[in-house]
Design a protein around this ligand. Sequence first.
Ligand SMILES: NC(=O)c1ccc[n+]([C@@H]2O[C@H](COP(=O)([O-])OP(=O)(O)OC[C@H]3O[C@@H](n4cnc5c(N)ncnc54)[C@H](OP(=O)(O)O)[C@@H]3O)[C@@H](O)[C@H]2O)c1
Length: 255
Amino acid sequence: MSPASLVGKTAVITGATRGIGFAIAQRLALEGASVVLAARTVSKLEAARSKMQLGIPLVAGSEKPEVLQPHSIFPLNVREEKGWKSLVEDHPKIDILVNCAGMAQKSLLVRMSEGQIQELVDVNLHGAILGCKIVGKQMISRRRGGCIINVSSLLALRGSIGTSVYAATKAGQLGLTTALSQEYGRYGIRVNALVPGYVHSDMTRDLADKDELIERIPLRRFGNADEVADATAFLAKNEYANNCILHIDGGLSAV
Ligand SMILES: NC(=O)c1ccc[n+]([C@@H]2O[C@H](COP(=O)([O-])OP(=O)(O)OC[C@H]3O[C@@H](n4cnc5c(N)ncnc54)[C@H](OP(=O)(O)O)[C@@H]3O)[C@@H](O)[C@H]2O)c1
């Protein structure tokens, strides 16, 4: 594994203000990429960027922490096509896209309003589709290949009570990944997906059945965002990873 293989690459990470997305941004920066942090809230984006530039060594193995390329922020609501279009105009050389922005489902299907269902589908699935389309189009026209990573979820394959729409959106991301790995693969653009189990973040902080879930996980713990970020770096760097659907779940997918 060459820690410097992302040097000079530009990586856009959606949902990068906190949790898994922020850990991914930090990790790809550590590998030498210039990262574009994207999410809705400018103040949170600014806070995330300044946290990255404080004491994070940007090149693994270098003695002195060094900022190779500046990291930037981009306010983006992944639901909105015009935001994605501005993103590619402002950043004409995107090498890596990580579709990590996402939201959780808060109630049973029968209690959800049409608006709540639509929002979940728009953010988790349609947002990823728009990113794949608009950034993918730029990657195709640049003719320099690229890598897209969709952050799905184990619930895509193992939906449970209270997760129906979320599970459907995450399963949709897997379908998107497999189809595009063929459609884009011929342009040297690799399309992969991460399938995390339960990971410590704001999204999982208040889960009511946490102890019960931990009991079911073979490794008896939730994952850390850094562990998902590590898997992301692997997918970004491994030139033969295409349609690689990578489980990172402490073994929960086996039970
Ligand atoms: N945590 C887990 O156990 C787990 C497991 C499997 C998969 N995942 C998936 O991993 C991803 C990250 O999860 P997380 O736990 O890190 O979540 P999180 O802590 O809740 O962070 C969500 C991120 O998405 C951004 N976001 C939300 N809606 C957005 C929108 N419409 N447009 C742009 N950005 C938006 C948020 O920033 P703003 O609010 O500032 O926009 C934030 O940066 C999600 O796709 C989630 O489904 C999580």
